[in-house]
Design a protein around this ligand. Structure first.
Ligand code: AMP
Ligand code: GLY
Length: 418
């Protein structure tokens, strides 16, 4: 099969790496890709939001199946556009990607189906939002409705902040927000694959959202992750499937917008009870990198089965080993950072046992590898335990010569410290 993968981050490098090993594959293309992806796919310089050129390219190259990595093109309906011209595509169509595209929609779906989540209200009116926030006590979470790359959520610890955030997020006519209760517990990312009717659990992971060691500093897209996540016990997974994921897939099918693709449930777990924080309509980044290290079965077969309504009999195998990834970011991220600094030493670092280095934000210039984004490299390792995977990943990090970069030194602390 000819496959086109859409995206350019570390998640897409991990997907390309896994897809490139498929026995079903004839040719793998990636748009726009990155210098790491070039090792396993032919990269074409078409942006993920340039739908016209993507479709023309897919037709010219007789692409059989398109895999879309990021949420923005999915929410904008990229999968629908390919399907409309007779090219199979995964993930969800635009109508189903609303599970990530609208936080208010998800909260109403939870309420209608008794799915455990934080108590909430949807608001367009400031006074009503403030009055509801007042009933939640000192703390509240305020979320802008719509895609915001993680930046539209404020977890507020005091009423004065809550009021000013509500004023800011409801500044313009048409603005909508969700105000909700602050959940306590441990967060985890849980991934499933759905064909619209059936749901297959994939695996879980834990991300590290804050920029600095000890979970200090601003929120980021994710500074590192590991899988499996001990907090996702078999019992928690079973409850998550029964109370959260299956009712969601059933509700989406019942409203005529079946969800076909990878579904990422962001969970808060307290005393063995999972609650839904949010859904994403795609693999997590950097969670995907650790999942792909652990997946033994063929990824392409699984994704195609989801698109074709055939996952009921799919049996995916995972390595019992643990995988851990350390994100190396440009100094200044998630604020302003420089681009263009040279990165050296990747070849030697990637030769360490169990290590894979996924590129997230690199470019090639005059034969050199340079930093070209905020999150730049995902230094990933697999080993029998999280502690050993952590040791391997940091051994690789220490071989990389990039003075303009930084990383957290404590990825995996919840497990390694336990
Ligand atoms: P979201 O974009 O909804 O994932 O929110 C970003 C982050 O905000 C989550 O990963 C959580 O760390 C935090 N968060 C969101 N909603 C809540 C909540 N109701 N209670 C506690 N933390 C939350
Ligand atoms: N790592 C969290 C996300 O991909 O949204």
């Amino acid at each position: 099969m000819n496959i086109l993968l859409i995206g350019s981050g570390g998640r897409e490098h991990a997907l390309a790496w896994a897809l490139s090993a498929s026995p079903l594959l004839r040719k793998l293309y990636c748009a726009p890709g990155n210098p790491g992806i070039e090792a396993v796919a032919e990269c074409v310089a078409i942006a993920a939001m340039d739908f016209e050129r993507l479709i023309a390219f897919a037709q010219e190259k007789t692409i059989d199946f398109v895999v879309v990595g990021p949420e923005t093109p999915l929410v904008a309906g990229l999968a629908d556009r390919f399907e409309a011209v007779g090219i199979k595509a995964l993930g969800p169509n635009g109508a189903a990607a609303v599970l990530e595209g609208s936080k208010g929609f998800v909260k109403d779906l939870c309420a209608a189906n008794d799915i455990p989540t934080a108590s909430y209200g949807n608001f367009t009116d400031r006074a009503a939002a403030k009055a509801f926030a007042g009933t939640l006590g000192q703390r509240a979470v305020i979320k802008a409705d719509g895609l915001a790359a993680g930046k539209g959520v404020v977890v507020s610890d005091d009423p004065a902040t809550t009021v000013s955030v509500i004023d800011r997020m409801l500044a313009h006519p048409g603005d909508r927000i969700v105000v909700e209760e602050t959940l306590e517990g441990e967060e985890a990312s849980f991934f499933v694959l759905s064909d619209g009717t059936n749901v297959l659990p994939l695996a879980g992971a834990q991300d590290h959202k804050r920029a600095f060691d000890g979970d200090e500093g601003p929120n980021t897209g994710g500074m590192g992750a590991y899988s499996p996540a001990p907090v996702l016990t078999q019992d928690v997974v079973e409850k998550t499937m029964r109370r959260i994921v299956r009712p969601t897939i059933a509700a989406m099918a019942a409203r005529g917008t079946p969800y076909i693709g990878v579904l990422f449930a962001g969970l808060m777990i307290k005393d063995g009870e999972p609650k839904l924080i949010e859904y994403n309509c795609r693999f997590g980044d950097p969670e995907c990198q650790v999942l792909m290290m652990r997946l033994k079965s063929d990824l392409l077969t699984a994704l195609l089965a989801a698109r074709d309504g055939q996952i009921a009999h799919l049996d995916l195998r995972w390595r019992d080993d643990a995988a851990l990834t350390v994100v190396m970011a440009a100094k200044g991220y998630p604020g302003d950072y420089g681009k263009g600094s040279e990165i050296r030493g990747l070849d030697a670092a990637s030769r360490l046992e169990g290590v894979q280095i996924f590129h997230a934000g690199t470019a090639r210039k005059d034969g050199k590898l340079i930093a070209n984004g905020g999150r730049v490299l995902d230094v990933t390792a697999i080993a029998p335990t999280v502690a050993e995977a952590q040791a391997r990943a940091y051994a690789a990090v220490d071989m990389i010569d990039w003075p303009e970069g930084f990383c957290r030194r404590d990825i995996g602390w919840r497990v390694v410290g336990r």
